[in-house]
Design a protein around this ligand. Sequence first.
Ligand code: FAD
Ligand code: DLZ
Ligand code: SF4
Length: 506
Amino acid sequence: MKIGIVLGDQLSHSLPTLAQLNKQTDRLVMAELADEARYVKHHQQKLALIFSAMRHFAAELRSTGWQVDYHAFGEHGFHSFESLLETVCDGAEAVVVTHCGEYRLQQRIEHHWQKSAGVPVHCLEDSRFLCAADFFQRWASGKKQLRMEFFYREMRRHTGLLMEGDEPVGGQWNFDSSNRQPYKGKTPLPPVLAFDRDEIDRDVLALVSEEFADHIGTLDDFQWGTTSAQAQQALDHFIEHRLRHFGDYQDAMVTGEDTLFHSLLSPYINIGLLDPMVVCQAAEQAYFSGDAPLNAVEGFIRQIIGWREYVRGIYWLLMPDYAKENRLGNDRPLPSYYWTGETKMHCMAECFRNTLDHAYAHHIQRLMVTGNFALLLGVLPEAICQWYLEVYADAFDWVELPNTLGMVMHADGGYLGSKPYAASGSYINRMSDYCKHCQYNVKTASEPDSCPFNSLYWHFVHRHRQQFAGNHRMRMIYRNLERMEAAKVDAMLQRAERLLADPDAL
Ligand code: FAD
Ligand code: DLZ
Ligand code: SF4
């Protein structure tokens, strides 16, 4: 008899562990463990989503004939996988597990599990991704800097998505230039999808509110689906109501509108309830049947077969050293409003509200508001990475770390992206209505009420001129800085220095 361990983000019927085992003779083990629930203080909604989805998945497995030993939080004495394995492997000949998504836990699987289990541990490659680790290694090998766009074209050829023979459908690989519109309210917003709650959900919500009340966020507005059927409903809803405008408003932000036309599918894909290829094929089909335009469908598919697979490739290529990178030498702590949401900066307050209430923020909120601000302040990469890992329902180390450390903080020296995504308040003003509702003035940089992003942006550009002056994508910015009057530059830098002395006051 073999034991298959199914981790909290491996909730897929196509999981290699299941293919390797025999329903009749082998057993599956799943466990809600304190070490996994507490190694960072995950948002309460992230915990509720994972535990409830795990319980539902165990029930689905049982209904298809599997023998599943499920250990619910608080109903067993194990706090770690090692303590679990010490008990559950009696009489087993081997343990089988699929490669996990975190370097931390994978190290334990490879170096500690066998000792605890007392039998061999077989670790299988995770086939639920579209790009195998060795494919990525071959693609990346010998390159000093990687470019997502070239990786993405390889993935289009590899998957055949939106391809006509060897050529991209529509004659262009990328339609990003038409995907940068602010939202002005003319296109009606999509309806909200609400899920029915069952007893498993209610039990888990009660458990999390009791045991994890000290974790960030609230459960009041828990809207995540927790079964594969609900995840499929979320996909259908996205294709029907959101995809056609996804491209146009992908970068837009609006006060009080927390999701716009985004898919909200990342948690389901990341924990295994949705297969990324099935998601992309559904989007592709919407294009072929005339239900969504190419700029939307291409833009959406690029996020999944491009960015998602690209950051995973980088993670496994460069861990564990990647997590320690800090090429800009940043060391500031994260301001307190990242946890409380209480700041006078309206853009930041909106992103924090969405984060605290829903364990969600869309990409531009993460990248260009809360992430951009941490970059401009010079926050210690480890501190901001931990925050992103805690607060989002979709956060797993393999995807969160490269996005934060590489894309947002540029702490890897530009390996993941050729230039930092630093931006002043004008970017936020162009893409949102936030500045209209803000106490700060987005048009000025050095007055007492000036938008903090403005002076901090120029301070960032100025303080890193050694690193970036030679970067051809930053040439215009340094030319603009050189052309500015010295008195204006001094006034902005002084204002930034005052803000940096007490960022918590903003
Ligand atoms: P949509 O806007 O609808 O996008 C469609 C899908 O594309 C997403 O569901 C996701 O699967 C994929 N995707 C889009 N952008 C990325 C990206 N940059 N990297 C990987 N996949 C992407 N995404 C996570 O899944 N987990 C994380 O922990 C995470 N941390 C992030 C941290 C920072 C600082 C930033 C800037 C981005 C992070 N992202 C992360 C990427 C992205 O913000 C989320 O995938 C997206 O906001 C999820 O919402 P959605 O499903 O509505 O996405
Ligand atoms: C994130 C998470 C949490 C919060 N809880 C559990 C758990 O109780 N049991 C479990 O098997 N997995 C959990 N996970 C997921 C793991 O911590 C880890 O992030 C992933 O398995 C990495 O692939
Ligand atoms: Fe944000 Fe500045 Fe605009 Fe205020 S003025 S919302 S701080 S960008």
